[in-house]
Design a protein around this ligand. Structure first.
Ligand SMILES: [Zn+2]
Length: 317
């Protein structure tokens, strides 16, 4: 497969290629599955495959035809991407708005400029506002010929049912731990790092690889020790928040959530009060993590949630 799609995507790509050869794809696909599995790589592969004038025997785009050249230059006139817009402060909106869908619809109604397929990628489809989703229904239901709409969602249950029911779902599934570990080892990780990174990435192998190639394993150890100091009172929530905001706050918050769960769950199972405290803290931490796009507020939010860190210190475990 092209650019070595990992095996769990390669199988799906092969099936899509066969459908294209034997009479085409449904006009609307919903590519669903948890983060960290490479859904966007699959989308890129499919877009390349559909646009290319001379795909190879396994469906790999040639990279040399006029359509491939336009696509690689990012200037293919029959390919649109709709994703959350940037805000004035440089952050990104959480949602895809109705105006963006209204802008997309005429492109999909008009004739394509290149004589092939017209493609639109809506990503993430689980962040369409209800009004944006409504505005999109008619296009999803009765597209012009030779249209391919590709919707992508990490949390498919959040895609409005009316949208879901108009799409053919392509499910990207987490490979078994054994498959994921052997793939990570093929990418050059040793067994121990592969295992740790996969755990950190909730079993999602691409995310694990990204974490392992960065310094995430070292970062994880650092966060564990900082949380211990926080619990012992030798480090303040405010000081920690200041440090975290400066460097990958989202990943640090994820790690803190994981440590809270891992360290407290055994005791919480026999202690209902502790269990509710842990649950409440995890819910707050997750809320904070989703609001980290504005730096000033982020420090304030992180300091708040860390001030309520449910403990314990790693040393008391
Ligand atoms: Zn080509």
């Amino acid at each position: 497969m092209s650019e070595a799609l990992p095996p769990w995507l390669g199988e799906i790509a092969l099936a899509l290629d066969q459908r294209l050869r034997s009479g085409g794809l449904p006009h609307a696909l919903l590519i669903a599955g948890p983060r960290g599995l490479g859904k966007r790589r699959l989308v890129d592969w499919l877009v390349a495959r559909v646009l290319c004038m001379a795909p190879g025997p396994d469906g790999t785009a040639c990279g040399r035809c006029r359509e491939c050249i336009l696509r690689l230059a990012g200037t293919h006139p029959d390919l649109w991407r709709t994703e959350p817009q940037e805000r004035a402060d440089g952050g990104r909106r959480q949602e895809i708005l109705i105006d963006q869908i209204r802008e997309l619809i005429p492109h999909l109604a008009a004739a394509g400029q290149r004589g092939g397929h017209c493609l639109a990628i809506v990503d993430p489809a689980d962040r369409l506002t209800p009004s944006a989703a409504n505005a999109f229904l008619k296009t999803l239901e009765e597209p012009a010929p030779r249209r391919l709409l590709i919707l992508v969602a990490d949390e498919v249950e959040r895609v409005p049912a009316t949208v879901r029911s108009r799409c053919t779902r392509i499910e990207v599934r987490t490979p078994s731990p054994a498959h994921a570990l052997s793939w990570l080892e093929e990418q050059g990780l040793d067994g121990e790092s592969a295992r740790k990174a996969l755990e950190l990435a909730d079993g999602q192998p691409l995310r694990a690889l990204e974490l392992a190639r960065g310094d995430a394993l070292a970062l994880s150890a650092a966060v564990a020790s900082e949380l211990s100091e926080l619990a012992r009172g030798t480090l303040s929530a405010a000081a920690l928040a200041r440090d975290w905001v400066a460097d990958r706050p989202e990943l640090r918050m994820r790690l803190a959530e994981r440590f809270a769960w891992r360290w407290l769950r055994p005791r919480a199972l026999t202690d209902p009060a502790l269990f509710s405290k842990l649950e409440a803290w995890l819910a707050e931490a997750e809320r904070v993590r989703q609001e980290l796009s504005t730096p000033l507020r982020a420090e304030f939010l992180i300091a708040g949630v860390l001030a309520r860190w449910p403990g314990p210190s790693i040393l008391d475990r």
